[in-house]
Design a protein around this ligand. Structure first.
Ligand SMILES: Cc1cc2nc3c(=O)[nH]c(=O)nc-3n(C[C@H](O)[C@H](O)[C@H](O)COP(=O)(O)OP(=O)(O)OC[C@H]3O[C@@H](n4cnc5c(N)ncnc54)[C@H](O)[C@@H]3O)c2cc1C
Length: 467
């Protein structure tokens, strides 16, 4: 008798409610399912798979130190998981299955099927909350509706946060003796090699904790000023770890609040701004949990699905390859292609460029990002894309269209970031970086669209929608 702990995007020992409470109850065995076909269908790319695999290797070692076996099973599609879980629990003589909730639609359907299959087999299921700071459904308007705008969501969130949300769980109790054997872990998933993980993102819970500690001790104080400048290492670089759950958002919040002398919504401007980003993360997760149509490839605002998006494989390819002739856009896309990560300011600039300047369907960009990002996360990625394309919750108003050259001047004033990622512009004078139309550079593409004309085209397309 004991519990099968089903790990998913919660690859950590600390502040893992499913694991912690199961160990309070008795013995546990851990399992992780590799679902290649399903993940690829969800556009998960090699960088994220390699990172996840690296984190899984670390998890196995950490669990081993707690005398907990980790079974790794292959189930190409989620549909195979329910029977496999029941079979595994029975073969290990375990009478419970425990896991932490996930919020995208396919994951929720999978979990309901697992619960039904377990019920039918007389296996108890324990479901916990761990993926956000406050659980989806707990932050509602006075009328009991979900929020669709961030600022009032944040106000309500701040009025409710406290207690458990600030008190992450510690390590589970160490097991006296290991139950069952651990699996040998693969070195690649569907061709994505673990060796692909770069020094930028070594996997594991310990690495995540040390990043958090370093960030809180240093850059967090100037986060409010530095976070928009891609050339500075002014952000935490924790997104990949949060996305596979090598660290929990509660752990991030509680460390930030401790450093902010117990304040959450105010206090140190850098730390409180960083906490606002953790609240954005919660916000988008609440959105996908409470508005399932968002998980079905639809715009949050149904009307926005009538935008007359253009079709141009040439423009799409230029954007993907960082060859648009707009230096900041190209620098961002090349950073993404080379490292699997992109600075937030550039995610907004490049996403707006695709959906507004090129008037290409934001879903093409969403898919491309998901395929490349080491931190690919459905809720944050979808939320960010729909914000940029003005199709989502609390989206940028359709007439707010970033001028990539003005953004470059403002957020990369010395051109350092652009020059790092676009070597063709290394020697070019600064004016070429901020006004490539007027001052072209040999060997670097001319802008593929004119900013003003493209802006007008986007305005017309969105205005047509209004009327
Ligand atoms: C078009 C677009 C696509 C995006 N795709 C993703 C994605 O796939 N995965 C992802 O984790 N983030 C995504 N983001 C949000 C944001 O860009 C990244 O979380 C951030 O750049 C990661 O860097 P960091 O860890 O240093 O963040 P920090 O600035 O240190 O922020 C701390 C944490 O807060 C969360 N966070 C920060 N900003 C946001 C935000 N706007 N929305 C939701 N959560 C946020 C992240 O978990 C992040 O690690 C996207 C944003 C846009 C505009």
């Amino acid at each position: 008798m004991g519990t099968l702990i089903w790990f998913r995007n919660d690859l950590r020992l600390q502040d893992n409610p499913a694991l912690y409470h199961a160990r309070e109850r008795g013995n546990v065995v851990a399992v992780f399912f590799i679902c290649e076909d399903q993940w690829r269908d969800h556009d998960v790319g090699d960088n994220r798979l390699a990172f996840l695999l690296d984190c899984l290797h670390h998890l196995k070692r950490d669990l081993h130190n707690h005398r907990i076996a980790l079974r790794v099973e292959h189930a190409a599609w989620f549909a195979e998981v329910p029977d496999r879980i029941v079979g595994l629990a029975r073969s290990l003589n375990l009478d419970r299955v425990a896991f932490n909730e996930e919020y995208p639609l396919n994951e929720k359907k999978r979990d309901s099927r697992v619960i039904r299959a377990c019920n039918a087999a007389d296996i108890a299921t324990d479901v916990y909350h761990a993926g956000t700071i406050l659980p989806p459904g707990s932050v509602l308007t006075g009328n009991g509706d979900p929020y669709t705008v961030y600022s009032p969501f944040k106000r309500r969130w701040l009025s409710q946060v406290g207690g458990d949300a600030l008190e992450p769980l510690g390590l589970p109790r160490r097991q006296k003796g290991q139950v069952g054997e651990s699996s040998t872990l693969p070195e690649r998933i569907d061709g994505a090699d673990r060796g692909r993980v770069t020094n930028d993102f070594p996997g594991g819970e310990a690495e995540a904790q040390s990043r958090l500690a370093d960030f809180i001790a240093g850059p967090s104080r100037s986060y409010g000023d530095d976070r928009d400048f891609p050339d500075l290492n002014g952000t935490s670089a924790l997104s990949a770890y949060l996305s596979v759950g090598a660290i929990s958002p509660r752990q991030c919040l509680s460390k930030a609040v401790a450093a902010n002398r117990g304040r959450i919504g105010d206090g140190d401007p850098g730390i409180s701004t960083w906490i606002s980003e953790l609240i954005w993360r919660d916000f988008y997760r609440h959105v996908i949990a409470l508005f399932p149509h968002v998980s079905c490839g639809q715009a949050f605002r149904p009307k926005a699905d009538q935008v007359a998006w253009r079709h141009s494989t040439t423009d799409l390819a230029a954007w993907q390859q960082g060859l648009t002739g707009y230096p900041l856009v190209d620098a961002g896309m090349r950073q993404l292609n080379e490292t699997g990560w992109m600075h937030n300011r550039l995610r907004m600039v490049t996403a707006m460029f695709l959906s507004k300047h090129l008037l290409l369907d934001w879903r093409l960009g969403e898919r491309y990002f998901m395929n490349k990002l080491v931190d690919g996360d459905f809720a944050a990625n979808n939320g960010g894309w729909q914000w940029s394309a003005s199709t989502g919750t609390d989206a940028a108003p359709y007439f707010r269209i970033f001028n990539p050259n003005t953004q470059a001047k403002r957020f990369d004033p010395e051109g350092r970031f652009i020059r790092r990622w676009v070597p063709e512009l290394e020697e070019a004078p600064l004016r070429n970086l901020f006004n490539p139309q007027k001052y072209p550079t040999d060997g670097y593409p001319k802008p593929i669209v004119d900013h003003s004309a493209a802006r007008q085209r986007a305005l017309d397309a969105f205005k047509a929608l209004k009327s």
